[in-house]
Design a protein around this ligand. Structure first.
Ligand code: DSN
Length: 419
């Protein structure tokens, strides 16, 4: 890495030093934030390539700038690969990230003021699913459904009643902090009954759908599926809007020129690279291991009397109630784990009485650890460190011992592309 960045080292030592610091942080500790991952060396190289230099407003064959023969090639590859792997009729690969991708769908297919039925934020929904602080929450009329935190179930009779009463233009499922799978057939049935567009935000589990280990909403007839490309899919930061052909033109116009200007063609090229990688036996095995490791981590934590929201996991993540488990709020728990180089994020839990910066839980997930080659056995060790750390969050001696054990453990698991 140092030699690749020699210009930076010579000309901007301050940035260079922060970059090396981050590289070392990523190598020396364990990343358990469920939305993070370590991307491929090929993706890092493509992101730093000459595609960064190019403006490409428009779409292949219809651009507003010249010199597009290679950007067209790249974007067509990314679109075709996305359609193939997610089994859909149309793919837009230009959204700059997850929020932009969801905004493009709402703004392209709905009118301001329209009603969207989506999961409540504290039960696992995303900011763009109508949180009052987000612009989307102000522009559209979001009606929220909740889950039963004891097992994660959704009361579909109640959801149907909500839908009949609210007459939404869109029924949205998908999540950012919900450890269970989704009953797409029930969601689709309700959307159809009230004449709403069905949308699934698969941002967190897009890689697990691509890897064939979680259900694909298109198999249940969904109209629109969105996913970020940097979480379980292990690619660059970006967003895919996947949809039926009948929505293609409205989606494309909504992304550009509706919401964005020039796409980041270095990211589009890296998305093409990522999707090829995802279409392999190796990636399918990776996706399978992400789920196995999440189950082992969840069970190992629960064996130690840790309280997990919904009592476990069906996907790559789990949400720990740190107040119930250790008498600590999520911020204190996150900071204690940071000190032993285990990275997690504080997280609100269903109907959390506490504020988002001091919530009642943390979120954990296995995509990044699995990329480094950690497996089920390693998850048992991680669970032991997590519990010991949180039980001894003020004991410097214990924390220092765990930190050095974590550092030694991590040496066995190289980060791809980082020497
Ligand atoms: N920041 C993402 C996550 O952590 O789930 C969602 O935007």
């Amino acid at each position: 890495m140092k030699s690749n960045l020699k210009f930076l080292e010579e000309n901007d030592p301050a940035v260079f030093s922060a970059l090396l610091g981050e590289e070392n942080r990523q190598k020396a500790g364990i990343e358990l934030i469920p939305s993070e991952n370590y991307t491929y060396p090929e993706v890092l190289a493509t992101l730093g390539s000459v595609f960064t230099n190019k403006y490409s407003e428009g779409y292949p064959g219809r651009r507003y700038y010249g010199g597009q023969e290679f950007t067209d090639e790249i974007e067509n590859l990314a679109r075709d690969r996305a359609k193939e792997i997610f089994k859909c009729e149309h793919a837009n690969v230009q959204a700059l990230s997850g929020s932009a991708m969801n905004q493009a769908v709402y703004l392209g297919l709905l009118e301001p003021g329209d009603t969207i039925l989506a999961m409540d934020l504290s039960h696992g929904g995303h900011l763009t699913h109508g949180a009052p602080v987000s612009h989307m929450g102000k522009l559209f009329n979001f009606i929220r459904y909740t889950t039963d935190p004891s097992d994660g179930s959704i009361d579909f009779d109640r959801l149907r009643e909500q839908a009949i009463e609210a007459e939404p233009s869109m029924v949205l499922c998908g999540y950012t902090s919900y450890p269970r799978d989704i009953d797409y057939a029930r969601f689709k049935e309700i959307a159809d009954e009230v004449g709403a567009i069905s949308m699934a935000d698969a941002s967190h589990f897009g890689g697990l759908v691509a890897g064939g280990v979680m259900n694909n909403p298109f198999d249940y007839g969904f109209d629109v599926v969105t996913t970020t490309t940097h979480k379980s899919l292990r690619g660059p930061r970006g967003g895919l809007v996947l949809c039926k052909k009948k929505f293609a033109s409205r989606i494309d116009k909504s992304v550009f020129p509706g919401l964005q200007g020039g796409p980041h063609m270095n990211a589009v090229a890296a998305i093409a690279v990522t999707l090829r990688k995802a279409d392999s036996e190796e990636f399918r095995e990776y996706a399978r291991q992400v789920l196995v490791s999440a189950k082992v981590l969840a069970e190992s934590l629960m064996d130690k009397q840790v309280s997990l929201i919904t009592g476990g996991t069906d996907n790559h993540m789990m949400v720990m109630d740190t107040v119930a488990s250790f008498g600590l709020d999520g911020r204190v728990a996150e900071e204690a784990l940071d000190r032993v180089w285990i990275t997690t994020n504080k997280q609100i839990i269903p109907d959390d009485p506490n504020p988002p910066l001091r919530p009642s839980g943390i979120r954990l997930g296995t995509p990044a650890a699995t990329t480094r080659g950690m497996t089920g056995e390693d998850m048992q060790q991680l669970a032991a460190w997590i519990v010991e750390c949180l039980q001894n969050h003020e004991n410097e001696e214990v924390l220092e011992r765990i930190r050095s054990q974590v550092e030694e453990f991590c040496r066995r698991f190289p980060v791809p592309g980082v020497a």
